[in-house]
Design a protein around this ligand. Structure first.
Ligand code: BMA
Length: 825
């Protein structure tokens, strides 16, 4: 009877030490002294912090004090026991991820040399193992040194962000520092290490989903690769369980043969806001008769997905939008960066929470940005479960990458591993070649019509290697050469054509630093990046900044704002936008409120203006908007809408309102109230109410209009205004007598209209708050560490009583609003 496959994690009794440069790798790994306990999977910074050997790099300016770690080589080793019986079958050493330049020794034998953080390794080691104590040693060379050696040999290349040697190293690029992140060049076995014993095992289960045009029938095609002893007597049993766990299809085939499972009336998987996310469970077992030799489980969603590039009525170019199950869906979402610089700190629960925070902001897409990692399985599982489609970059960002044969081989291996690992996820919408490499090439004159593009060799990666690999391993999914990228239209060749493809609209914040009220002028067919900076929560700053440095423009605050490297001009740009908008106070708390206020207002304008152009079928002028950035990886002033404590910023609430399934927006323009309703739903009968509230507190009559909000599009509605004095124009949307959305257009800029005391009252009661005001109140921000509010960053008008549900610890709640003295409720 053949033996079943067993997997044994090797995560116990690991030690680490700094390598002595005078010793060889083997001598270092055999050394007796200076070993300290290590956590595997993990990396050296985490182990050094745990050992108290280095200070917390996230606190104060301590990032500078730990840079020496990157210059050193590091050793990891563990001794483990093996029974003689275990050596009766094939045994593989499986290393899912080594960061980055690693040499692996087993019982003194070198078994692997690797230089790519994203390429898993599997080594047949039965012949090297012995009954009793065995030793596994991992030697990590300094990525900094090795990268610089390569750069010295192959030449310096241009980039934005981080040290240029990064371009030669297949390591998470943000580890080299970014305009929102610290320099922490980690090293270590960052992914699981295990021994796998088997006679025959399931190497690969490839499942592809096909739906009938009418979506009334689904077929799951299955192709398995086996490893080990090929035995014709073996069989594969495939079973498909529906989301309720009921068996809906099964097939048994001889090992090595393909199979298909059929489902009638499949439960369709939809993006967030469009329907449910039913997940089927596919169970594949490799069997010798009744005995199960190996088992493989995965959850799959049944859906179709298409990238639609079709004419846009009345406009040049073509659309860039996504169609799921035959329905075109506006993509409202964010760019995702790694949620921590020390990746092994991120738990599955933390991934799920972050993705849930995106879903609760009515987002339906996350772009896994090219300077990070191919994310953890827990991330994609959460996106599958919560309906967040994933735009997945391959890991190239802001650089002119090499394309020598060795580099291409390494990239091919990593890309193949990533595609095979991720291709079954329902959430995965698109593969994308890189982040901003076409933009930097264009800025250097290496890309564009009539340009000598020879030195932009990496096009071989984005336009040949990756699309061919994706077509081979994941043919159903669209591939996009880069972000931003504009397919060459009518003889143009640029990465920045607003009529086709995707675009990064950074004229607000970067470049021209346009006012955020101008987002309607920086349109694109798909806005895959845009953003505004703000400080993180005061709570976080009080934890990360030494008390003496807790003032807005302190040296330590500057160390936690990396924007505009090397100039680090983030504080200047913040100052401009704050000065353009409101009269801010001098304290750190004032600066947090002011910058977060500006970010929230900017994101309101951006998402409303971009979604406004999601018109009806054939007029999909803007297919989506992904804000830069969802999250942070350490305590920092950045474009994130959720800080590294997981605390939501006001911008998160502004985005949630702008992306609501049915949302209303209003602007005061030339004596008119210009409103539009954006809908992700079927056609809805609704009523719009418009009321003007003078800043002094007098409110006008309510104007109303009944209309049918069109399905899955946006519609305009204008009201004449006759304002004697500056007033707030409040537009609210009512369905069946219930107010489901509202928006306020204030006289701007706010700095020209300082609000006196508006008579804001906040009453607490069990489980919530009740808010009232005598005069218009702007940007009411409720804050308490770890406390969640059902709504926040609210505009409140006289006569309106607003109830807010409160969950979390029973703490004093800080109430801040524009031009008001903060108070506690
Ligand atoms: C774009 C992104 C990131 C960067 C962000 C903010 O360039 O792709 O590289 O962090 O803008 O500057």
């Amino acid at each position: 009877m053949p033996a079943a496959t067993t997997a044994r994690p090797l995560h116990e009794s690991w030690l680490f030490r700094m390598a002595a440069p005078e010793l060889s790798m083997l001598e270092n790994l055999a050394a007796e002294a200076d070993w300290r306990p290590a956590t595997v999977p993990g990396t050296v910074y985490q182990d050094l912090i745990a050992q108290g050997a280095i200070p917390d790099p996230y606190f104060g300016t301590q990032e500078v004090e730990v840079q020496w770690v990157a210059e050193k080589d590091w050793c990891y080793r563990c001794d483990f026991e093996v029974d003689a019986a275990a050596l009766a079958v094939q045994v593989d050493l499986v290393l899912d991820g080594l960061d980055t330049f690693a040499t692996v020794y087993l019982n003194g034998q070198r078994v692997l040399v690797s230089d790519n953080m994203f390429v898993p390794a599997r080594i047949e080691v039965r012949g090297l193992l012995k009954p009793g104590t065995n030793r596994l040693g991992l030697y990590f060379e300094s990525a900094q040194r090795r990268g610089r050696e390569r750069e010295a040999a192959l030449g310096r290349r241009n980039l934005w962000n981080g040290e240029s040697s990064r371009l030669h190293v297949r390591k998470a690029q943000y580890h080299y520092g970014w305009d929102w992140g610290p320099v922490l060049l980690t090293a270590g076995p960052w992914q699981p290490v295990k021994l796998e014993a088997y006679e025959t095992r399931l190497q690969e289960v490839d499942s592809t989903v096909h739906l009938a045009t009418d979506l009334g029938h689904a077929r799951v095609d299955l192709r398995c690769e086996l490893a080990g002893t090929q035995d014709a007597a073996l069989a594969l049993h495939h079973r498909l369980l529906d989301p309720q766990g009921k068996l809906v299809a099964e097939a048994s085939v001889p090992a090595g043969t393909e199979a298909s499972l059929h489902v009638d009336a499949p439960e369709l998987w939809w993006p967030n806001g469009q329907g449910a996310q039913p997940l089927y469970t596919l169970v594949t077992t490799l069997q010798a008769g009744e005995q199960v030799l190996d088992r493989h489980n995965r959850r799959i969603g049944l859906r179709t997905l298409r990238l639609v590039q079709e004419p846009v009525a009345g406009e040049k170019g073509s659309s860039f939008c996504f169609e799921v199950n035959g329905r075109q869906v506006f993509m409202g979402g964010a760019n995702w960066i790694p949620d921590d610089n020390l990746l092994n700190r991120i738990t599955p629960e933390r991934y799920r929470l972050r993705v849930r925070q995106a879903a609760e902001a009515n987002m339906n897409m996350l772009r896994v940005w090219g300077g990070g990692i191919y994310e953890d399985d827990a991330f994609y599982a959460a996106c599958d479960e919560l309906g967040l489609l994933v735009w997945q970059d391959f890991l190239f960002a802001c650089g002119i990458y090499p394309a020598n044969p060795e580099f291409l081989r390494s990239v091919e291996a990593e890309a193949a591993a990533a595609v095979k690992r991720l291709r079954h996820h329902a959430c995965l919408a698109l593969w994308c070649g890189n982040n901003e490499d076409y933009a930097i090439a264009e800025s250097m004159g290496l890309y564009g019509k009539g340009k000598d593009m020879v030195r932009f060799e990496a096009r071989a990666i984005y336009e040949q290697l990756l699309p061919e690999l994706c077509a081979r391993l994941d043919p159903q999914r669209p591939y996009w050469p880069g972000s931003p990228y504009s397919p060459s239209a009518n003889d143009t060749l640029t990465s920045d054509n607003p009529t086709v493809g995707d675009r990064h609209s950074w004229e607000i914040w970067h470049g021209a630093m346009l006012p955020y009220q101008r987002y309607h002028t920086v349109q694109a067919r798909f806005v895959s990046e845009f953003g505004m900076q703000s400080h993180p929560s005061l709570d976080l700053l009080q934890q990360a900044i030494p008390e003496a440095e807790q003032f807005p423009l302190s040296r330590t605050m500057a160390a936690h704002n990396k924007a505009g490297l090397p100039l680090q001009d983030g504080h200047r740009r913040l100052a401009v936008y704050v000065a353009d908008t409101l009269n801010a106070g001098p304290t750190l708390a004032d600066a947090v409120y002011a910058t977060q206020f500006v970010q929230a207002e900017a994101m309101r304008y951006a998402f409303q203006d971009f979604r406004h152009r999601w018109l009806g079928a054939g007029r999909r002028a803007v297919g989506g908007a992904l804000v830069w950035q969802l999250n942070d990886c350490w305590p920092v002033t950045s474009w994130a809408i959720i800080d590294s404590l997981g605390t939501l910023k006001p911008a998160w609430h502004a985005i949630r309102r702008a992306l609501a399934p049915l949302a209303i927006a209003v602007r005061q323009v030339d004596g008119e109230a210009r409103c539009w309703i954006s809908s992700a739903l079927a056609a809805t009968r609704c009523e719009v109410r418009l009321q003007c509230h003078a800043l002094a507190g007098v409110s006008s009559e309510v104007q109303t209009a009944e209309l049918m909000a069109p399905s899955n599009g946006s519609t305009d509605l204008n009201f004449p205004l006759d304002l004697a004095a500056p007033a707030v124009v409040e537009a609210s949307l009512w369905v069946d007598g219930e107010c489901i959305a509202r928006d306020c257009a204030w006289p701007e800029p706010f700095r020209f209209h300082p609000l006196g005391d508006c008579g804001l009252q906040v009453a607490r009661h069990a489980g919530g708050l009740t808010l009232r005001t005598e005069r218009p109140a702007k940007g009411i921000w409720l804050a308490a560490p770890g406390v969640n509010f059902s709504d926040n960053f609210i505009d409140l008008m006289p006569g309106d009583v607003r109830s807010i549900a409160v969950t979390g610890p029973d703490l004093p709640i800080q109430v801040t609003a524009l031009d008001q003295t903060p108070f506690e409720a």
